[in-house]
Structures are given as structure tokens and as C-alpha cells.
Ligand binder design. Sequence first.
Ligand SMILES: Nc1nc2c(ncn2[C@@H]2O[C@H](COP(=O)(O)OP(=O)(O)O)[C@@H](O)[C@H]2O)c(=O)[nH]1
Ligand SMILES: [Mg+2]
Length: 379
Amino acid sequence: MASGIGIANLPNQRHRIVAKRGAHFTIMVVGESGLGKTTLINTLFATELSPAKNYSRRHVKQLDKLTEVEIIKAELEEKSFKVKLTVIDTPGFGDYVNNRDSWAPIIDFVDDQHEAYMRQEQQPQRGEKTDLRVHACLFFIRPTGHTLKPLDIEIMKRLGTRVNLIPVIAKADTITPSDLNVFKQRVREVIGAQGIRIYIPPVDADEDAGGIEHARALAEAMPFSIIGSTDDVVNAEGKTVKGREYLWGVAEVENENHCDFRKLRSLLIRTHMLDLISTTEDSHYENYRLEQMETRKFGEARVKKPDNPKFKEEEEALRKKFTEQVKAEESRFRQWEQHLIAERDRLNKDLEIAHSNIKSLEAELDNLQVGYRGSQRTR
Ligand SMILES: Nc1nc2c(ncn2[C@@H]2O[C@H](COP(=O)(O)OP(=O)(O)O)[C@@H](O)[C@H]2O)c(=O)[nH]1
Ligand SMILES: [Mg+2]
């Protein structure tokens, strides 16, 4: 394993300039709870960051609307390059299985960071900005062996248009290697068929053959299969490694035949950190900024990014159904009203008849009385 973070040996000019200023790098992990998100973060820290003396780590619990995200900060320094690493650990959105909006706070979190940064940019004094824009979003997929779930597809679509989305297959040690391969292939197909935008590590023109080969290997391995563990175990060769112990042997975190952890770590911390940062800046943030500029006037509240058309269709269908229900209810009411009016008319008629009966009876009575008096006078 190469030592350090590799930023000192950057391939291209733009990257060198970014690195000189010192980089802020923010990773976010997203996925159902229990898939090993927190474990992967700890594994990254355990395999990469703990041997170095010059890093700090602190936990900041932050209540962000509905989502309690945990923010872990570390500082890496290699030669003259500084990287401020921030990891955002989110609770699983699948915890609320029947609530399809359970992922909304995660999307909002991403948008909120762009929004906050944009507001700071608009301030007259541009000092040091707090910047939690997400440069890499690791999306954890349950190793079912089947395919992606509809909920996964929905949230991945939304994330893919906002951040550099890196899908990973969680707990690769719980599925056989051949099943894992088939699953990987299926996930890749669904990602393609659904038009989900994922991060594709670019091959720089000014990179050497080794670099090109590396980027290609990374792209081919996606979605990365992951084994997370901070435990030291002894493998078949008697070496102490990070891994998970089973009756059949040891699943090794850093063994390329067991999972793609090394590839993922390399992409994040060594070879593509600065590309992730600059694409976030040039593409994702810029998209957000332009969209907001176009759709709102100065001082107005933020406009939610429009989401995929399938949702629009569903919303439209719901609205139609609702309108139809209201119409049906209305006509039922009208019929009832008509019935009441008819009933009232009938009763009024009865009343009229009763009245006229009374009148004629009264007249009869009058006549009788007149006759009676007359007969008394003639007597
Ligand atoms: N088999 C296996 N178990 C794992 C792996 N990573 C994490 N776990 C276990 O899965 C459980 C949930 O892990 P956690 O990191 O808390 O998941 P989170 O809810 O996504 O943050 C714990 O018992 C972990 O030890 C893995 O790669 N393989
Ligand atoms: Mg967790």
C-alpha cells in the first residue's frame, strides 16, 4: 500500500493549483440503516488515517430538520498539502419504510449546502466560507443478489443530478463471489436503463499509461463491492489484517480478491479527490446556482429543483383522481338536494291542500252558523 494520500504527485496543473490552496473534501454516506455506512467510515479512518500523527477527529452531532447527520472532521497533511476531510454520516432513510418521502431530508441537506455557499458568495465581504458541499456521495446498496429496489432508484436519480454519486454494494462478504458478479452486472444495467447519473472517474489526457489503466479499472469495478471492519484478524497466511472472521476463513477489507475497498479508497483519497472537488464546483454547484438565478428574483426563497418526470406524472394522476372524487361527491350532493326540494314541494302541496280543506270547512261552518241564526230569528 502506498503511503500518504498521494496529492503531492498530482498529474495535472489545475489539480496542483487547487491542492496548493489546501482542499476541503466532503464525503457523504447514504443508504438503508444497517448496511455498514458507519462501519465503512470507521474502516477508512482505521486503514488510512490513524497511522498518521497529524489528524484530528471530532464528532459533531447536528440536528438537521428530520435527519440527524453526524459530521466527522479530520485533517490530513502530506508534505505541504493540506486536506480538510469531512464525512457526513446519515441515518438510514429506509428506517421509515412506508414513507416514500423519507429521503427528502437527505436531498434537502445536499441542496442546503449549495444554497448556503451561494448566499455566502453573494455577501460583500467574502471571508473564509463554511463549505459543506458534498463532493462524493457513497450510496449503499443492499446485497440482495436480485436488483435495485424502486426506493433506491428514486433516491439515486435525485442524488445523481446533484452530487458525484458513487454506488457501492454493501457487505460483499455476505454473498458468494459469483452471485456478487451477477448482482453487480444487474445493478449496472438498471443504472443505465433508468438513466441514473453516477460518477465516472475520468481519464486525463495528460496522465501516464499507469494512470489511464487505473482510472479504467476503477470505472469497470463500479459499483464497488465493500467489506467494512475495524477488527484486526489473522488471515490464512498468518498476517494480521482488517477483516471479518468466519468459520470458512477471513473476509479481508484490503484484499482485492475479496472486495473493491482499496479501489474506492484510492479513488476518494488518492487519485480522484481533486476531480471530485472540481466537478462539484464546476458542474453540480454551477447547475444549482444557474437554476436558482433563472427561477427566482433577488431575495426570494430558494426554488426546489424539479425532480424526475415520473413523479410529475404520478402527481398529475393523483390530482385527477382527487378532482374526480370531488366531482362524484358533488353530484351525489346535488341529487340529494334535488330530492329534498321535491320533498319540500310535495309537503308544501299537502300543506296547501290542508289549508284549502280548512278554508272550506270554515266556510261550511260559517254557513251552518248563518243558517242557525236565521232560523232562530224566524221563530
Ligand atoms: N458482514 C458484514 N457486516 C458488516 C459490514 N459492515 C458492517 N457490518 C455490520 O452491520 C451492522 C450495521 O453496521 P453499521 O455500520 O452500524 O450500519 P449503518 O446503519 O449503515 O451505519 C453492524 O453489526 C456491523 O458490524 C460488512 O462489510 N460485512
Ligand atoms: Mg450508521
